[in-house]
Design a protein around this ligand. Structure first.
Ligand SMILES: *[C@@H]1O[C@H](CO)[C@@H](O)[C@H](O)[C@H]1NC(C)=O
Ligand SMILES: *[C@@H]1O[C@H](CO)[C@@H](O)[C@H](O)[C@H]1NC(C)=O
Ligand SMILES: *[C@@H]1O[C@H](CO)[C@@H](O)[C@H](O)[C@H]1NC(C)=O
Length: 284
């Protein structure tokens, strides 16, 4: 009996010290990023599920948001690097220099990259089943790919449900990339939203997912020269009401929003002059 309760106390102490403290942000404490593929702005605004997301309470429709380049990869790279790193194609590239993860880790902010169908174990190959490296900017950062602890934060997306049920909960920064079918790349927008709607709605009911989280839903690029894409925000960090923000944003704005939220400093690239989409945000 005595031995058991001593063990129980040791166990409780271990569990509580293992729990990472949340680093409070100015506007939100958690940010969940999800990105879909190759959809023109007009097509996205006709989709019934996306329409419903931007008509909810605590939502912002970012109606003047643009991708940065064609094809896919430089858009993904920009979201965490603050520039395309000179990449103009979907090939395998290794990018040196600081990126968002350096800024987050310096402040003790937890992060994970959830990649559907990612084989794990720091896989650096271009493709595995429906997973493609060109949609995973994290593995192209040499200070992540060469660091086993960091690399271990690039995970198969299925792990998110285990994380939601764990003591630690959802990381403060989560970057979710659906596979080539669920992101619409090989299938189109209707297929992608038919996957996303039940997946997202089910998890929104879970306070470990939704409580205090700012959700950012975007596309990598459109299929025209304008590169005008659909993006939206949702969650309790958005002020009451349904908002449209017509400010011009790009994928550099994601980085700038995270930097402003947690006072992360700067990467010294296009993040410096990007505009953060904080206009309708207020800490819940
Ligand atoms: C949501 O988070 C706040 C602040 O962390 C906490 O006080 C509240 O109990 C949470 N609500 C639910 C439903 O988990
Ligand atoms: C919208 O959400 C806020 C909480 O952020 C709540 O106070 C308000 O009553 C809601 N408005 C509607 C119309 O549901
Ligand atoms: C940001 O804007 C300032 C002032 O216009 C300019 O001097 C600087 O070069 C810009 N920085 C970047 C990284 O574009």
């Amino acid at each position: 009996m005595i031995k058991l309760s001593a063990l129980a106390i040791i166990f409780l102490v271990l569990v509580s010290t293992a729990t990472t403290a949340i680093v409070p942000g100015t506007y939100f404490d958690r940010f969940f990023f999800i990105i879909f593929e190759n959809t023109n702005f007009d097509a996205a605004t006709q989709n019934s599920y996306l329409k419903s997301l931007i008509s909810r309470n605590n939502s912002v429709f970012l109606s003047s948001y643009s991708g940065i380049a064609h094809p896919s990869q430089p858009n993904y790279i920009s979201t965490i690097y603050g520039s395309t790193a000179g990449i103009t194609d979907d090939g395998v590239h290794d990018v040196d220099g600081n990126n968002l993860i350096d800024l987050l880790e310096a402040k003790g902010i937890s992060w994970k990259a959830y990649m559907q169908d990612y084989p794990g174990n720091c896989f650096t190959g271009a493709k595995s089943g429906l997973y493609v490296r060109k949609h995973n900017p994290f593995i192209s950062m040499t200070d992540i790919s060469s660091n086993s602890a960091r690399c271990a934060n690039i995970v198969n997306a299925d792990g998110i449900d285990t994380d939601l049920a764990s003591q630690e909960g959802l990381p403060q920064f989560s970057y979710y990339v659906p596979n080539l079918q669920n992101d619409g790349h090989d299938t189109g927008l209707d297929f992608a939203m038919n996957w996303f709607q039940p997946w997202f709605e089910e998890r929104l009911k879970n306070p470990n997912f939704a409580n205090g989280t700012l959700f950012f839903i975007t596309f990598d690029e459109d299929e025209t020269l304008s590169n005008h894409i659909f993006s939206s925000l949702l969650g309790t960090p958005v002020t009451s009401g349904t908002h449209e923000d017509t400010t011009q944003y790009t994928h550099n704005s994601v980085l700038k929003t995270l930097i402003d939220n947690w006072n992360l400093g700067s990467l010294g690239r296009n993040d410096v002059n990007a505009t953060a989409f904080t206009q309708f945000l207020q800490h819940p």
